[in-house]
Design a binder for this molecule. Structure first.
Ligand code: SF4
Ligand code: SF4
Length: 717
């Protein structure tokens, strides 16, 4: 008895020392990053939402269960380990007393049953994981495997460790049944089966097995505990913390303002020598960013959904996180050195790692290749999938900001767009006077705001650059205006007073141009007294509703599909003319995934007689990007397959007569891809992409314009 107590306690103290040292090192590394007071403030102001994410995402495994089979396997393993904490307490107690019982639990048969049930559940879970890993083997599947680039050997080792935890548990419990030491008279069905297998052995042999396997179980658990702190399984310990401090409601929608030393950067006073301008060095990450790196489970869900990765680009959101993590760990001795002298004394390899540029080509020994950060469309699929709430877009944007503002290194073809935004207020440089020209094509008046909107006008219709200036998108704008007019909705537009929201500049990393345009627009909107805004472009919709509040602009913003769906539901718009077509709807990422508007466009299509709606395989929260977001619209796509081509091929798989969407960017990107497919004979000549508003306008009966009233008296000469 004494020997096993000594061995058990010695192992525990040694393991606690090794794991504790590692955890302290990790804590120091994380806190060497920038402060993030806003994360703590969010938790203080929204304690309920912090608790909710713990319940739904950590204990409920919500995001993991989005993938049914691996989700259920993880659910069983997670809850198995929570329940099996009881058995660990029992194993420790057994070191000291054969009659040990957990206070308050005692030897209640139900506990024995539940422990065995979850032990078996964990075996089922890890068996499922093994099959999943065999079927997604990166060696045979290549890039198609979500584990491509992950540390697969460590994952197999962890599965083995978990198996050993359960195996040693069931063996010592089985032996206990034969020695009479087992605390539960009934219910522990799996232990009873193992006990039955061990029953031919003598009492002495069962005693030896019991003692050996209790100590072995503790040794495996303690070894596993140490391994966790040195591997991707660190997520077991820190994922709940990462989820707790994640953005609310998620890392989508808005980009965060640039912060330096915990404060929002003021461009007029900022000093590039002392302030942090985006992510230029790994230590420019906040502690939450560092926590993200340590939390990644290498599951590859993000990678599997990334349109850039799927079309052969070098960007994998998983590898961005892993490469940053590897660099942070390798640079850690340098970051944690107490003095310049201590840094000088570090091995040359560490000093060389510390000098690596965060973004740079292989020739420059960069940690992340520039093509990686500029391939991102900001579609949000990675953030949406990540089960531990890692905020990939924020990290990619941080690197873009530094490259843009400090290094002036960005795809050259986008410089014209940025200059046009600065000088003319739109990406094409067409000038503000052209913004109202579409109105002349309508047969009714559209008030253009010149001063305060006035109480009689309910909505300000934010047309957006594409909606005002791009020929295909202008058709959508006119359809929306016509439908609002038909429904009797009072609205006005800003016309020449409207400028780009700044979204393409911000997504490129040019926060300076974004804040200039945003402040100008907020001033215009406030002067007009706008409160309720209809936006037709999801990028404008997202910027005004989610990003302008960062600069003091607070408005009620709705997308045109939301207004139109409501008007149809209220009977103010009645689609009557049948459209006898098979139509597939493409979810714009900034409308769907970023802002969760999935239903209204579909509701509109449902109400139009004749439309046969056909979903693509990748739709709604799993929708596949058109390739234009993240300012990719303004960059050449030189690597891999074109994202819009990939999307159109999927759409063609539904054999559509028409493709519909709710975004002018998507309209242009998908339209271009259709033209290319028509050129190669892969798409029928009649195929077109239209906005849902255009479909509705085609179907809605409009009253004929009133005939001019007859003159009351004789015509004047
Ligand atoms: S936002 Fe989209 S394109 Fe960018 S890394 Fe994530 S999944 Fe890939
Ligand atoms: S970033 Fe998230 S989704 Fe991607 S591999 Fe890591 S844990 Fe999985």
């Amino acid at each position: 008895m004494a020997l096993r107590i000594i061995i058990g306690l010695a192992l525990t103290v040694a393991a606690a020392a090794i794991a504790g040292r590692r955890l302290w090192w990790l804590y120091r590394l994380a806190t060497s990053g920038q402060p993030a007071p806003e994360r703590v403030a969010t938790l203080r102001t929204h304690p309920g939402s912090g608790a909710e994410t713990q319940v739904t995402e950590v204990f409920g495994q919500r995001k993991l269960l989005q993938w049914t089979v691996p989700g259920v396997a993880h659910f069983l393993t997670f809850w198995g380990f929570i329940i099996l904490l009881l058995t660990i307490i029992e194993a420790y107690g057994d070191l000291f007393s054969k009659t040990f019982a957990i206070p308050g639990v005692g030897h209640w048969a139900f506990i024995g049953f539940i422990e065995d049930l979850f032990a078996v559940a964990v075996l089922v879970g890890i068996g499922t994981f093994a099959v999943i890993r065999l079927r997604n083997n990166p060696k045979t599947e290549g890039r198609a495997s979500r584990f491509s680039g992950s540390h697969t050997r460590a994952a197999w080792f962890v599965l083995l460790m978990i198996f050993l935890v359960i195996a040693t548990l069931l063996v010592y419990r089985g032996a206990q049944i034969n020695t009479g030491d087992f605390p539960y008279a009934h219910g522990a069905f799996a232990s009873q089966i193992v006990g039955h297998w061990l029953s031919p052995l003598s009492h002495g042999a069962n005693m030896a097995i019991e003692t050996t396997f209790i100590v072995l179980q503790l040794a495996v658990i303690l070894g596993f505990g140490i391994f966790v702190t040195y591997s991707k399984h660190l997520h077991i310990a820190i994922a709940p913390v990462n989820v707790l401090f994640s953005r609310r409601p998620d890392g989508l929608r808005d980009l965060q303002p640039m912060r330096s030393n915990g404060k929002v950067l003021d461009f007029e006073e900022a000093d590039p020598d002392t302030d942090v301008f985006g992510l230029g060095k790994i230590e420019d990450l906040t502690w939450k960013g560092m926590l993200d790196l340590g939390t990644c489970t290498e599951c590859g869900r993000c990678q599997s959904q990334c349109p850039a990765w799927a079309t052969g680009k070098p960007l994998s959101p998983k590898m961005v996180i892993l490469d940053l993590r590897d660099h942070a760990f390798a640079k850690a001795p340098y970051l944690l050195a107490p003095s310049d002298e201590a840094r000088e004394a570090l091995p040359e390899a560490v000093k060389a790692e510390a000098q690596r540029p965060l973004v740079g080509t292989a020739d420059a020994n960069g940690v992340i290749d520039p093509d990686v950060i500029w391939s991102c469309t900001n579609c949000g699929a990675c953030v949406n999938e990540c089960p531990v709430d890692i905020e990939h877009i924020d990290h990619i944007t941080g690197m873009r900001r530094y490259q843009m503002l400090i290094e002036s290194q960005f795809p050259a073809e986008a410089s014209g767009m940025l200059k046009n935004l600065e000088n003319k207020g739109d990406p094409w440089g067409m000038g503000q006077q052209k913004r109202g020209e579409w109105i002349a094509d309508l047969d009714f008046e559209v008030p253009v705001v010149d001063g305060p909107i006035g109480d009689g006008v309910e909505y300000l219709f934010w047309v957006g650059c594409a909606g005002a200036l791009e020929d295909r998108a202008k058709k959508t704008t006119k359809a929306i205006a016509t439908l609002l007019h038909t429904a009797g909705v009072s609205f006005a537009v800003l016309g020449p007073a409207e400028s780009c929201t700044g979204d393409p500049a911000r997504r490129m990393g040019n926060e300076f141009v974004f804040s200039m345009l945003a402040q100008q627009n907020i001033e215009t909107l406030n002067e007009a007294g706008a409160r309720k805004i209809i936006a037709s472009c999801p990028h404008c919709f997202n910027a005004i509703s989610n990003e302008y509040p960062q600069l003091g602009g607070n408005y009620e913003v709705i997308h045109h599909t939301q207004v139109l769906a409501r008007l149809v539901a209220e009977g103010k718009l009645t689609p009557v003319t049948p459209i006898e077509e098979k139509i597939t709807y493409h979810d714009p990422c900034f409308l769907g995934r970023h802002n969760k508007v999935y239903t209204p466009p579909r509701e509109i299509m449902e109400q139009v007689p004749g439309i046969q709606a056909q979903e693509m395989h990748r739709c709604k929260e799993r929708g596949f990007c058109c390739g234009a977001g993240g300012a990719r619209m303004w960059m050449e796509e030189r690597i891999g397959k074109r994202i819009n081509a990939e999307r159109i091929e999927e759409a063609l798989g539904t054999d559509p007569d028409t493709i519909s969407t709710g975004c002018p960017y998507c309209l242009v990107m998908l339209g271009d891809a259709i033209s290319a497919k028509k050129g190669s004979g892969e798409a029928k000549e009649s195929l077109e992409v239209v906005d849902v508003a255009q479909l509705l306008a085609r179907s809605v009966a409009r009253p004929e314009p009133a005939a001019p009233a007859a003159p009351a008296g004789p015509a004047a000469d």
